[in-house]
Design a protein around this ligand. Structure first.
Ligand SMILES: Cc1cc2nc3c(=O)[nH]c(=O)nc-3n(C[C@H](O)[C@H](O)[C@H](O)COP(=O)(O)OP(=O)(O)OC[C@H]3O[C@@H](n4cnc5c(N)ncnc54)[C@H](O)[C@@H]3O)c2cc1C
Ligand SMILES: *[C@@H]1O[C@H](CO)[C@@H](O)[C@H](O)[C@H]1NC(C)=O
Length: 438
């Protein structure tokens, strides 16, 4: 062993800002993998309350949860259930355009289940697991800045004046992220999508009291139903063992036909960084990374917002733990530079995949909201024949395209990151030998 490399007993301290789904998954991924990864989570709210409504755990995220030993708990304690069918319906009359079997297909196709659950229950399961694994959760803790200490560590500054030192800071503070602005060094609000969502939770009794035959039938199912209409769509699925139902109505701005990219914040974000050396813009501040909605907020139309945050968190935990196992540089400056380089690897691993999802959700918005006309008839005709191909065929609409779905849902982010980390480690050791470190 080289003398300047830490022994395995060395400790690394990770500060995670935000106890949302992404931040808590990252916490668990760190703690599960290595006891010496100390995690402190700073959450602005005075208490982590079971807020929200329905949320999806698609196979790519389900696989991560299974890997972290969380899936069963989410199913049992978090009222998770496997979806039976994903139905697309015509807005006017509810006629089914396509009924994609989910339960009997996804495990076979993508190697994991597709689960729906209540966001608050899901977050509750993650929170109790994080605590059980010895993570420190500090509530009522709003982070307002991150600085570097004299000793090349990161200092997390709270609004109430408290300060904490850490080796790595992860910004998991959601859509209106402060960490994003700290990293960028200027204000950067998410771009409005032009879509407006009305979310509601309806108790079962209330729906049954309407005395509508179609409603009575639909409440017994474990399906997700999406009604597609011009500039609008509606989403419905059960929660909490069919005692509650999630209903979302989404109303879009009237975009000109073919204008798909207008609502995306991605282009603007990319434009902002165009020509910038990532070393200059992001990493001069040291080892800070962003995850989840703080960095790649998405329209929720592929059910991937939380799933991508879960993937991010798991990848970060893996990279940090693997690094600790290999041994970190003992010199504080080298250690900081190593961690900053590691987080650039994290960015490389996540960038294309999360961008693809953001763009895919915008595409889904386009197809979901087609006005009645030629393109809508073409979409519906394509949907009508998908079942005939066993859902294995091509489709111009992501929802129905086998290859797109496979790359989105079948991707094994853990295996991929392990492999990429090893390659990177070997390459960086070689480079280090040539240039004297990171
Ligand atoms: C209250 C709430 C309800 C939601 N309900 C739904 C839902 O029903 N269905 C759905 O699909 N999606 C919902 N979402 C969105 C969904 O949870 C996210 O898209 C997804 O989980 C990825 O989130 P994230 O982990 O990146 O961040 P988030 O889940 O947004 O979590 C961010 C956390 O960071 C905290 N925070 C923010 N700023 C600071 C700061 N400066 N210092 C310390 N802490 C900070 C916030 O209080 C929050 O707990 C909800 C989000 C929230 C916050
Ligand atoms: C779900 O509801 C059914 C019907 O009311 C009940 O029999 C069952 O025990 C419930 N399951 C759980 C896990 O609560």
């Amino acid at each position: 062993m080289e003398p300047n490399v830490s022994t395995p007993s060395q400790i690394m301290h990770v500060a995670i800002v935000g106890a949302g789904i992404g931040g808590l998954t990252c916490t668990i991924a760190c703690r599960r993998r290595n006891e010496n990864l100390k995690v402190t989570v700073f959450e602005r709210s005075a208490e982590v309350l079971p807020l929200g409504a329905g949320i999806h755990i698609p196979p790519n995220a389900g696989r991560v949860l299974a890997h972290l030993g969380l899936l069963e708990k989410v199913m049992k304690e978090g009222a998770g259930y496997q979806l039976d069918h994903f139905n697309l319906r015509r807005y006017e009359n509810g006629h089914i355009l396509a009924a994609k079997p989910v339960r009997e297909r996804v495990t076979r196709e993508y190697g994991a289940e597709w689960i729906a659950t209540h966001r608050g229950d899901y977050q509750g399961v993650l929170l109790s697991e994080a605590k059980q694994l010895g993570a420190e959760i500090v509530t009522g803790a709003e982070v307002i800045d991150v600085e570097q200490s004299q000793s090349s560590r990161q200092v997390v500054a709270l609004k109430d004046g408290r300060r904490f030192e850490a080796d790595v800071v992860i910004g998991a503070d959601g859509l209106w992220s402060s960490l994003r602005e700290i990293v960028l060094g200027h204000p950067f609000s998410p771009t409005e999508t032009g879509d407006l969502a009305y979310r509601g939770i309806f108790p079962r009794d209330k729906l049954l009291s309407l005395g509508n035959e179609n409603i009575n039938r639909i409440v017994e199912k474990l399906d997700i139903d999406v009604w597609l209409g011009p500039g609008k769509h509606a989403v419905f699925y059960p929660l909490r063992n069919k005692t509650e139902y999630n209903l979302i109505l989404i109303v879009a701005d009237d975009l000109a036909k073919g204008v798909k990219m207008a609502p995306s914040s991605l282009e603007e974000m990319v434009a902002y960084f165009n020509g910038w050396d990532p070393i200059l813009d992001k990493w001069t501040k040291g080892p800070i990374a962003l995850l989840g909605d703080a960095t790649h907020p998405t329209l929720p139309y592929q059910g991937q917002g939380a799933a991508m945050a879960v993937e991010d968190g798991a990848v970060l935990g893996l990279l940090l733990a693997q690094s600790l196992e290999k041994g970190l540089p003992a010199d504080p400056v080298e250690k900081r530079d190593y961690l900053a380089a590691l987080l650039r690897l994290y960015q490389d691993l996540r960038k294309r995949r999360t961008e693809t999802n953001v763009a895919g959700a915008v595409d889904t918005q386009h197809y979901y909201h087609l006005p009645d006309g030629e393109e809508q008839r073409q979409r519906d005709a394509e949907l009508a024949v998908l079942a005939g191909d066993g859902w294995l065929g091509k489709c111009s609409f992501n929802w129905g395209d086998a290859e797109y779905q496979r790359s989105l849902l079948g991707f094994d982010v853990i295996a991929d990151s392990k492999e990429k980390f090893e390659e990177w480690w070997v390459a960086s050791q070689k480079a280090g030998a040539n240039h004297g470190g990171f």
